[in-house]
Design a binder for this molecule. Structure first.
Ligand code: NAD
Ligand code: MG
Length: 384
């Protein structure tokens, strides 16, 4: 097989590390073009050396000299700053993993789309704040977009385009997070440590908090609407605490095609890396005889209002979802910094969404402006 050139945007994060873990096993198959990170330059330098990356970029300009020193004499070029991350995304690579967290991934991801190659998309916030614009560009540039979010990878694999007429609904599964069975009085007092301790998945701090508030499932509803051209009423969210069924697609004849596997992101990452083929991944094999059972429940939107909020914003349109995403990023950051309580996250997001009056977005530049304005509004809401 010919060598595939790959770039990983956000290589030092949870998804990035899992991607590196697969790629490093096949040094003859993959040539690494660019790796990007932010604060953890020691890990970035280690990855760049191990994979002999052409370029290593830190989003943090203050880290330039230190990264340069760590990679002195290795042949890896070094750059720093948000623009340098965007430049890294522009470099030609057959396959690019977009795994930066938050709206910071939007501009680099858009550059990947414009190259018309393969985009493995983990950075769901890009679709939440600019899904219409991004999906149009995917079409215009004939980009191959393979979702990496486990649920969307599952839907991508079970949604038969040839039977689109017979499509009935998407069953989007959710673990329910660490507070699935807790009441509001408990949730009012939870700490960041409790919120990031996810029962089934080991993930970055932001998505772990999103899973605990179930905003993650709200973001995923919006993500699915863009990826699969459906509306929120065609998506049924199911709390499934074992995280074995990663999602399913129902058809009009009553068939439900579900995707199962161990909860390990290396499976959807390997799927995206090999697409349209399949490859081996280090994920443990699923042994159904070892499971005590698979259970499914309807979600509780009273305790988890983020779910309702996300659907309402999706109905309002792209400005609303961009505002919601930005407010959520600010609120989650404030919670992790112990400035607000856990239940305040959804309160802040709801207040910012309700009070914002921002113009419709038509371009990525518009989205960036809405994102910035919503962040300011959220910061004011935190103070007030
Ligand atoms: P993480 O926090 O572990 O890693 C984030 C990465 O982004 C790091 O490499 C970090 O250096 C980089 N980064 C952070 N701020 C940046 C900035 N301002 N500019 C450029 N780079 C920056 O996050 P994660 O858990 O790996 O999640 C990454 C994305 O994948 C998120 O959008 C998340 O929703 C999505 N996702 C993650 C998982 C998972 O299991 N972790 C599953 C599905 C989807
Ligand atoms: Mg997911």
């Amino acid at each position: 097989m010919a060598e595939k050139s790959v770039t990983i945007l956000g290589s030092t994060g949870s998804i990035g590390k899992s991607t590196v873990d697969i790629i490093r096993r096949y040094p003859d198959k993959y040539r690494v073009v660019a790796l990007t990170g932010n604060k953890n330059i020691a890990l970035l330098a280690e990855q760049a050396k191990m994979l002999r990356a052409e370029v290593a970029v830190t989003a943090d300009e203050n880290n330039y000299a230190a990264l340069k020193e760590l990679l002195a004499g290795t042949g890896t070029r070094v750059a720093a700053g948000a623009d340098a991350v965007v430049d890294a995304a522009k470099l030609d690579a057959d396959w690019t993993m977009s795994s930066i967290v938050g709206a910071a991934g939007l501009l680099p991801t858009m550059e990947v789309v414009k190259r018309g190659k393969t985009l493995a998309l983990a950075n769901k916030e890009t679709l939440v704040c600019a899904g219409e614009i991004v999906m149009k560009a995917v079409k215009d540039f004939k980009t191959t977009l393979v979702p990496v979010d486990s649920e969307h990878s599952a839907i991508f694999q079970t949604l038969e385009e040839k039977h689109r007429d017979a499509f009935d609904r998407i069953l989007l599964t959710a673990s329910g997070g660490p507070f699935r069975e807790k009441d509001l009085a408990f949730m009012e007092k939870v700490t960041p440590e409790q919120a990031v301790a996810h029962p089934n998945w080991s993930m970055g701090a932001k998505i772990s908090v999103d899973s605990a508030t179930m905003m993650n499932k709200g973001l995923e509803i919006i993500e699915a609407c863009h990826l699969f051209a459906v509306t929120p009423d065609q998506i049924e969210v199911l709390v499934h605490p074992q995280s074995i069924v990663h999602s399913a697609v129902g058809y009009k004849d009553g068939s439900v095609l579900a995707h199962m596997g161990m909860p390990d992101m290396r499976t959807p990452i390997a799927y995206a890396l090999a697409y349209p083929e399949r490859m081996e991944s280090p994920t443990a094999k699923l042994d159904l005889t070892k499971l005590s059972g698979l259970t499914f429940f309807a979600p509780d939107e009273t305790r988890f209002p983020a779910l309702r909020l996300a659907k309402e914003c999706q109905a309002k349109g792209q400005t609303a979802t961009a505002v919601m995403n930005a407010a959520n990023e600010v609120a989650v950051g404030a919670f992790l910094n112990r400035e607000i309580g856990f239940l305040d996250i959804a309160r802040v997001v709801e207040k910012v969404v309700e009070t914002s009056d921002l113009p419709p977005v038509a371009t990525i530049r518009d989205v960036v402006a809405v994102d910035a304005a919503a962040r300011e509004a959220a910061a004011r809401c935190l103070k007030g």
